[in-house]
Design a protein around this ligand. Structure first.
Ligand code: HPA
Length: 275
């Protein structure tokens, strides 16, 4: 039997669990306040080597509310990094996805912990499929908006929050000063874990989406609820279903991520330097 997790208890506030994790992070790292939180998705893990000096590494399972991810390619640690400019970065390698079945609170936890650690900026990276045919594997895309097609929200109760500029125009402008050639697009967020049908991708295109994936939207909503400014960076690992006839596999997505990883790592590190 799996152990009852605090986030599973509807009588426990997810913000209390986030605060408990943040207190533990502050105690272990000796850093009272982290400035920027960064979630590393598939294809982005090696960015850690360029972001600065890793001063502490905490296994996710030692922090309240975090689970060990079930997806190969995801690294289950939370790291505190000192950047060359002296900022404290909180790098989240432990990310939960809706398709893992641990509930929406688990998906939202990283953003809530980041806010509880004092961060103002939340950088999210991911691997996505391209709905736009001109974006081949290896293309980096700034997310400028999303369509939440997961059918769920991390917000509980009558929590009405504004979602205009959810992906901060200010932060996108900064990212473009680092690389003016960065593409921008609307992210279509689905629960998965199955990849989409060609008809779903055609529908997403009609609705105004440019790229597709199974993460990010829930975290962005939570981040906005907690007052964080969000920067979303996607690595295109494949053309979405029907955009190309290639058979989609998780291994192929990971392989494309690995190939682009050094370039993405350097891009992310340069952007973070400017935030
Ligand atoms: N669809 C959904 N999620 C993904 C894809 C895709 O094509 N590629 C990487 N993550």
């Amino acid at each position: 039997m799996t152990r009852q997790q605090p986030l599973d208890d509807p009588d426990v506030s997810p913000f209390d669990v986030a605060r408990a994790a943040a207190e533990r992070i502050a105690t272990v790292t000796g850093v009272e306040r982290h400035d920027i939180a960064i979630t590393l998705g598939s294809g982005w893990a090696s960015a850690i080597n360029l972001l600065g000096e890793v001063t502490h590494e905490i296994p996710a399972r030692e922090l309240p509310g975090f689970h060990v991810p079930s997806v190969p390619g995801h690294s289950p640690t939370i790291r505190s990094v000192r950047s060359s400019s002296g900022s404290h970065l909180l790098v989240l390698g432990a990310r939960s996805h809706l398709y893992e079945g641990r509930g929406v609170r688990s998906v939202a936890h990283g953003a809530r912990v980041s806010a509880a650690c004092g961060a103002r900026v939340f950088v999210m990276t991911n691997a996505s499929g391209a709905i736009r045919p001109e974006w081949g594997p290896g293309t980096a895309v700034l997310i400028n908006d999303h369509i939440n097609f997961t059918g769920v929200s991390p917000l509980e109760g009558a929590t009405f929050i504004d979602m205009k500029d959810a992906y901060s125009t200010r932060l996108r402008t900064i990212a473009k000063t680092v690389d003016a050639t960065l593409e921008e697009g609307v992210y279509f967020g689905l629960r998965g874990p199955q990849y989409e049908t060609p008809a779903e991708i055609r529908a997403a295109r009609v609705l105004g989406a440019d790229l597709v994936g199974m993460s990010t939207v829930i975290e962005t909503i939570s981040a906005r609820e907690s007052g964080l400014e969000v920067l979303g960076l996607a690595l295109i690992t494949n053309r979405a279903a029907g955009v190309s006839d290639d058979v989609l596999t998780h291994d192929a997505v990971l392989a494309a991520g690995r190939q682009a990883e050094p370039r993405m790592a350097s891009l992310l590190a340069r952007i973070v330097e400017h935030l």
